[in-house]
Unconditional design. Structure first.
Ligand SMILES: [Zn+2]
Length: 306
């Protein structure tokens, strides 16, 4: 009771303070269920004290769909967005086909950037929920990134076979990339996504995926302040060094790929997983040649990555 009286005195003292009194009145008024539930049969002054104390502690409450009273007056400081990664994809299909698959199939995306001019931005999954876009994936020690990422699908055919049977990659128009940049900037700012965590599907699933492909302009995004890029002066210096002195061991490549975020074994052996990770790195930073074989330029770019 002494505590309640103390609270009452404190509340009364604060209630004399103008704006705070209005807030207190609002809190009391909006919480009749919780407040009346904790007063009980007590003398009038004590009931009022308890009512105000309960109201101040419990704040606003509302009945949720489950029928229970939910009090949202307090929030924990220990929290952050669940979104740590932004993953970019191409849909590998026409607009019509892409939207059909993303709305009827087993895959999903938070956002779709269409190939119309001007492009439309569709949100197909709420940001608070997981979209099934990443699948089996890993980046910087995190795995299965559906639950910790936002997936952005860009309508683009990916690659098709030309008349000569060769793979032909389809470019991204500038106006579509402008829309991607605006969207990714907003997402990164709102969720506090670090530059190194803005990645392609090929980065997080190098053995399965190649999207958004070698024609995706990562450098344009980096110039817009989105994503990580290497120090170009440093890269030129390293290139001269590796050309003069020869390539490092495969274990050196594996160490740098892992430092950057790729899921790659530290075996010292040039296995399939290492080649796939090297190819993914090349797709992102040196798309002219993404064979997955180590070379002096790839070594220079790896060493010059922050
Ligand atoms: Zn993808």
């Amino acid at each position: 009771m002494r505590i309640l009286r103390g609270l009452f005195a404190g509340l009364r003292g604060r209630a004399q303070g103008g704006a705070r009194a209005d807030r207190l009145a609002a809190r009391t008024a909006c919480n009749p269920i919780v407040a009346s539930g904790c007063t009980g049969r007590r003398p009038a002054a004590a009931r009022l004290a308890a009512l105000l104390a309960c109201a101040a502690l419990a704040g606003c409450a509302a009945r949720g769909p489950g029928g229970y009273v939910l009090d949202t007056s307090l929030s924990s400081r220990g929290q952050s967005s669940r979104v740590q990664f932004i993953v970019l994809h191409y849909t590998a299909g026409s607009l019509e086909r892409s939207l059909h698959v993303l709305s009827h199939g087993q895959v999903g995306a938070h956002y779709v950037v269409t190939d119309e001019q001007p492009p439309r931005l569709l949100r197909m999954v709420d940001e608070s929920r997981s979209a099934w876009h990443a699948g089996e994936s890993a980046w910087r020690g995190y795995t299965w990134l559906n639950s910790s990422s936002i997936g952005v699908e860009i309508v683009n055919p990916g690659w098709t076979r030309g008349p000569d049977g060769a793979m032909r990659w389809h470019p991204y128009p500038d106006w579509q990339i402008d829309a991607v940049i605006a969207l990714v900037r907003d997402l990164a700012e709102r969720h506090g996504v670090k530059p190194e965590n803005i990645v392609g599907h090929s980065d997080i699933a190098p053995r399965r995926k190649m999207d958004p492909g070698p024609l995706f302009p990562w450098k344009r995004l980096a110039d817009a302040g989105l994503g990580r890029w290497y120090d170009e002066t440093l890269a030129a210096r390293y290139l001269a060094q590796f050309q003069a002195e020869g390539l490092p061991e495969i274990g050196w490549f594996q160490q740098h790929l892992a430092r950057i975020g790729y899921d790659v074994p530290q075996s010292g052996v040039a296995d399939d997983a290492t080649q796939a990770a090297l190819a993914a790195f090349q797709l992102h930073y040196r798309p002219r040649d993404f064979s997955g074989l180590p070379d002096a330029e790839t070594a220079a770019l790896l060493a010059a990555m922050p």
